[in-house]
Design a protein around this ligand. Structure first.
Ligand SMILES: Cc1cc2nc3c(=O)[nH]c(=O)nc-3n(C[C@H](O)[C@H](O)[C@H](O)COP(=O)(O)O)c2cc1C
Length: 193
């Protein structure tokens, strides 16, 4: 498959950066064609401008400022997000990607006020994420990033499209050995992507 990897972390020595490298290498090893988008390295501008908001619903022109990113998304057969959880949400650069690229006419369509999915060409989504908190704490707070993946993103794709949420919780307490285990478990899973 053509897999579009979207990575959001600013530090090249971080655990997320290791996960990102592993994800790209593993998918390539498994025979996929990877289009790797490192949002920080590419200098993605996360801010939806005044003009973009004014043009948001005009599907003839709304994608123009991010046309290259929309093309990459539409060219993909599968998506993999790699990122940490910040303030029980997405890093701002990834939130900005969603605001600016997941547009009407791209990830969804609106007709007579009714929404239908736009990413019908996607066959799979995986989210490879890390939390500082333990799982129970995230659950108490409703775990919004998990819902963005398994509900919001799922709603942009064909019903039944698999969504894998591959999370490491408790980053504040896990040992190096546990991190290596998680990396290897995720690698094994992605070999079957
Ligand atoms: C700005 C910021 C906000 C954070 N907010 C949360 C949070 O709301 N919930 C959580 O579980 N962890 C939170 N964390 C912890 C990160 O999830 C954790 O540092 C990360 O998963 C570790 O991966 P890394 O070493 O690759 O950065 C936050 C960290 C930062 C820097």
């Amino acid at each position: 498959m053509r897999v579009h990897v979207i990575f959001a972390h600013p530090v090249e020595t971080s655990f997320n950066a290791s996960m990102h490298r592993m994800v790209v290498e593993t998918l390539t090893e498994a025979g996929h064609e990877v289009d790797d988008c490192d949002l920080y390295a590419e200098g993605f501008d996360a801010v939806l401008s005044r003009q973009e908001r004014l043009n948001y619903h005009d599907t003839d022109i709304n994608r123009q400022p991010v046309a290259a990113y929309v093309d990459r998304l539409l060219n993909a057969e599968a998506l993999v997000f790699v990122h940490p959880i910040w303030n029980f949400g997405l890093p701002a650069i990834l939130k900005g990607y969603m605001d600016r690229v997941l547009l009407p006419g791209v990830s969804f369509h609106i007709s007579d006020g009714k929404l239908t999915p736009g990413l019908l060409h996607l066959r799979k989504l995986a989210c490879v994420v890390t939390y500082g908190a333990q799982r129970w704490r995230a659950m108490v707070l409703g775990d919004p990033p998990r819902k963005i993946a398994t509900r919001m993103m799922r709603a942009t794709m064909k019903p039944g499209t698999p969504v894998w949420y591959l999370a490491q919780y408790d980053m504040n307490n896990v040992t190096d050995a546990q991190l290596q285990q998680h990396l290897e478990r995720t690698r094994q899973k992605l070999l079957k992507f």
